[in-house]
Write a protein that binds this ligand. Sequence first.
Ligand SMILES: Cc1cc2nc3c(=O)[nH]c(=O)nc-3n(C[C@H](O)[C@H](O)[C@H](O)COP(=O)(O)O)c2cc1C
Length: 413
Amino acid sequence: MHDSQAPAALPFTPVRVGPLTLRNRFIKAGANEGMTPQGLPTQALVRHHRELAAGGVGMTTVAYAAVADDGLTFSHQLSIRPEQVPHLRVLTDAVHREGAAACLQITHAGSFTTMRHAGSRAPGSASSGLNAFGMLHGVYFQRAMREADMARVAGQFAAAARLAREAGFDAVEIHMGHGYLLNQFLSPLSNRRRDAFGGGVENRTRFPAAVLRQVKDAVGAGMAVCCKLSVSDGVPGGNQPEDAAVTARILEAEGADLLTLSGGRNVESPWALFGSPMPTAQMKAVAPSAVARFGITMLEKRTPPDLAFRELYFLEASRVVRQAVRMPLAYIGGVKSLDNVERLMEEGFDCIALARALIHDPALVANWRSGAVKQSACDSCNGCVARIYDPAGVSCVHGPGNDPALTRMVALQ
Ligand SMILES: Cc1cc2nc3c(=O)[nH]c(=O)nc-3n(C[C@H](O)[C@H](O)[C@H](O)COP(=O)(O)O)c2cc1C
């Protein structure tokens, strides 16, 4: 994908992602904005993504839309329904006016949920048993999905992608990482099935690949379909980069337009996802119950004591996937400097996805381009992660914060 431009300019050159041409290589990674208090897009969400687009990214990813209500992790999360289309259209129009593309991350929580749905059974997952995360929220068990359940959920992903297209999104990103439903199938930490959907990594990839196929069929050739894939679960017994490479090859063959590489699991290894310890004191302050606070104490005990943030913490694992496929890949994980962006381009990554550095400074790309900034001042403290629960939505803890009034106003007034 490299062209003949000087390496310094390459990150700022256009790139093809399936049917899309992004104006440059920078993507705002999906990061739960905490700006959908009633599950509806708000003016805060619109402003957040408009600022990122104005700040220079090629594409901004709206995080974390559940494809069905029983796929929600939190009650204040976006779940994509027809009535949201006009609100989301306000957002995509605003992003397009600033010259960027808009992507919607679509997901299903599986067993990673805090919600007890009235009258419903235990949440579906790859395998049945005790629900390690749900338990902290009164959701004690999970059940193994049957093929009919998988077909229903694949259809929900396809329907969600169609709604995203109707709302003006240029791309969808199917969430296959971090311990959500599709990752519960991919990872041997959660998939203990003995049928065609369990066992070796090819089998574990079967359901996520089927979801990708249905989404591709549903949206047709005009929309990019991306997948977020964990390159490593970050704990013994979990997926290793070699497993991710096999999955990546299958997703490439199924026609994925871009893989955004990430890693770690929300329950077993959140520190691996972020490359630095979680802000447990802040998390405890907003935890909904004593049991949830106990869970956070357990997390403190399991976090490697010598964990120190280093830039590009997923580089070695992501390289294994880079060598396995020819398709476009977005690197993610601890990108803070333009020097490292250029290094990633030299390593053959096509795009750079960033979350925390852009939460700290939504204009980072423009500032890198103008030379005003070389190194992001984000210190990877992860304080922004606890702000998922803030009534004003996610912001950098070192900055002024958001206007809480905007999270009380739906996008389309
Ligand atoms: C506040 C916050 C919320 C996040 N929420 C999501 C999410 O909804 N979906 C997702 O795939 N990743 C989520 N992430 C993870 C990021 O996409 C990314 O993988 C991670 O922050 C590492 O990238 P970074 O070093 O550029 O921050 C979140 C990250 C942050 C900081």
